[in-house]
Design a protein. Structure first.
Length: 301
């Protein structure tokens, strides 16, 4: 999943793709690098970011979604607002990537149920301006799994089908540093809960701290891409359905390595490798048929 930020204040790119034409060309470039899915967002969720008016978010996102779909791209919309999700799906988006898991807008679940779009429910405890204050867990893995299960129950009650749902552990959201690593280490447990899993580690703060210089200064976002690719390889090997990244080429290569690694493990165990092939670990076949996530489940196996 390649990131297309149509914002002036992204932590990652500082507004380089804020213009509609620039955002569309950026999306096309990510496709050329190997992205299977483009995630278009018009509101920054960097720590401390203020919300933008809904009219502004719509003006940023909809033209980019429409033009990328016209170019044949598989597009998701990164939004916490039901009205933005509904209008993006009307223009051809097939997946709604909601970092709030439906908590920011109670109308989101009914929109997802009504449209039948695939839906990423991320673990979330508050908007960007307050989320760091909620980094408190008894057991981060158990707490995140429980809270995601609560979101799934709410979605089901609103009529969302299980096959529409993808889960995201929410790296960096109400997780400022060390609490991210146990989630990655226990990713197979999240996968085993039965839903496709999206991992969004790209250029996050915890990777900046990991790659800090000798004086302790965190590496800047653009210097975190090598670490991101390493996380991609490990996440793919652990069974993640997709990774959300700002730079695609290295992560696409990492996914292929993970696919062969997993296939070799299966072969070494003396079992059939049919369920663990490059086709299954990469998302080409899944994203072209993922108006619901039945195909996404194949990609997670």
């Amino acid at each position: 999943m390649g990131v297309v930020n149509v914002t002036p204040d992204s932590f990652s790119d500082g507004g380089r793709w804020f213009d509609v034409a620039a955002a569309v060309e950026r999306g096309a470039s990510l496709l050329d690098e190997g992205a299977d899915l483009l995630d278009v967002g018009g509101e920054s969720t960097r720590p401390g970011a203020a919300r933008v008016p809904v009219e502004e978010e719509l003006a940023r996102v909809l033209p980019v979604v429409e033009q990328l779909v016209a170019r044949g791209a598989v597009v998701s919309v990164d939004t916490t607002r039901a009205v933005v999700a509904a209008q993006a799906v009307e223009r051809g988006a097939v997946l709604v990537n909601d970092v709030s898991g439906g908590m920011a807008d109670p109308a989101m679940a009914s929109v997802v149920a009504g449209t039948g779009a695939a839906y990423v429910a991320m673990h979330w405890r508050g908007h960007a301006d307050v989320m760091d204050a909620h980094d408190a867990y008894d057991d981060v893995v158990a707490d995140v799994r429980r809270e995601l299960a609560e979101r799934v129950a709410t979605l089901r009650a609103a009529g969302v089908r299980d096959e529409q749902v993808v889960l995201d552990p929410g790296l960096g959201f109400a997780k400022t540093g060390e609490s991210n690593w146990p989630l990655l280490a226990h990713l197979p447990e999240l996968v085993a809960d039965g839903y496709p899993v999206l991992v969004g580690a790209s250029r996050k703060r915890f990777l900046g701290h990991l790659m800090a210089g000798p004086d302790g200064t965190p590496a800047p976002p653009a210097a975190r891409d090598d670490a991101t690719a390493a996380v991609t390889a490990l996440a793919a090997a652990a069974g993640a359905w997709a990774v959300r990244v700002h730079e695609v080429a290295a992560s696409a290569a990492a996914v292929r390595v993970a696919a062969r690694w997993r296939a070799a493990q299966v072969a070494a165990a003396g079992t059939t490798a049919g369920d663990v092939t490059t086709e299954h670990v990469t998302t080409e076949h899944a994203t072209t048929r993922h108006a619901t996530t039945g195909a996404a489940r194949e990609g997670a196996r």
